[in-house]
Design a protein around this ligand. Sequence first.
Ligand code: FES
Length: 342
Amino acid sequence: MVPCKVRAVRRMTPRSVVVTLDPGPALPRFRHTPGQRVTFCLNVNNNSCFRSYNLVNPLGELPQVAVKQVAEGGGSQLFNECLQPGDVLQVAPPTGHFYDQSLDYKAHHLLLFAAGSGITPMFSVAQHALKARPDHRVTLIYANSTARSIMMQRELDRMADSKRFEVFHVLGDGATGEDLSTGRLNHAKLDQLLKQYRSSELPEVAFQSGPAGFMSLIQAAATQQSRPFNLKRYSFGEQPFVHPDEQHSDAADSELVVTVNGVTHTLPAVSRRLTLLDAADEAGIAMTANCKSGICHRCKAKLISGQTFQAPAHSMGRKPENGYILCCQQRPGSDKVEIEVG
Ligand code: FES
């Protein structure tokens, strides 16, 4: 953990702020790639808790996070209501892998889909892409409940000065008065938007981030298009990963057997690119986790059988004892993995 001084706290919406941090001489450790997060160790009601947030600063500048208040009494409330310039926070440097920088070898059209605070990794990708190449194009479809809840609006408006960036807002409360941008995003609207914004001039690449229902909607639209497109969903734990024994092939999915408090769940096909924690989350299995960064050990599980692997660069904390793994850090490394929690 690195002590970082709070340089500035700027209110973005009634329930979100942008916080600028100064890590002092440790600044080079906070260089990040689009979509990476930093983890804070916060003191909330005299208890330590870990919270991770996406970096939204331009690459190479002081680290900034955008935090939406999601619950009373938690870490996000501390950011929104208590934090002052001059405060010092303990912060672990950026981790995660989201944006494949080989995309910048040639011009692309980046299609980004975000809902609510899911904007933060999408914003980071958009910001990077526009700078990385003069011929990348970026289209962002951004859903919010009201105009007042739009995060990063000032920055998005500024980016929209570029002819290479378009943003389409969808507002749940009907404030725009136009059918397409009013109310909940659904299949029909999404279909119309994709007709409007997709083109075949550049190779496309699509990213999404938001609540599960939103991501399923976009995923379904992507596969049902007459010209389907690949969609990468934001997941903090995802890492590029090749099984050491299969360097030159795509390792097949694994079967994951998870026993939580005596109840066993079998997930027949888990991607080896997902952490065990994310795989369980996606399947709706409630597992305890806090920092998602290898620090708190709340996600510790007993490895009953099989192999798991960890990207060395991703580990930030101490190792658990022999026979145990941290589910937020490990991905399946054999055809079958069996773990027990609680
Ligand atoms: S959630 Fe904290 S170590 Fe895994």
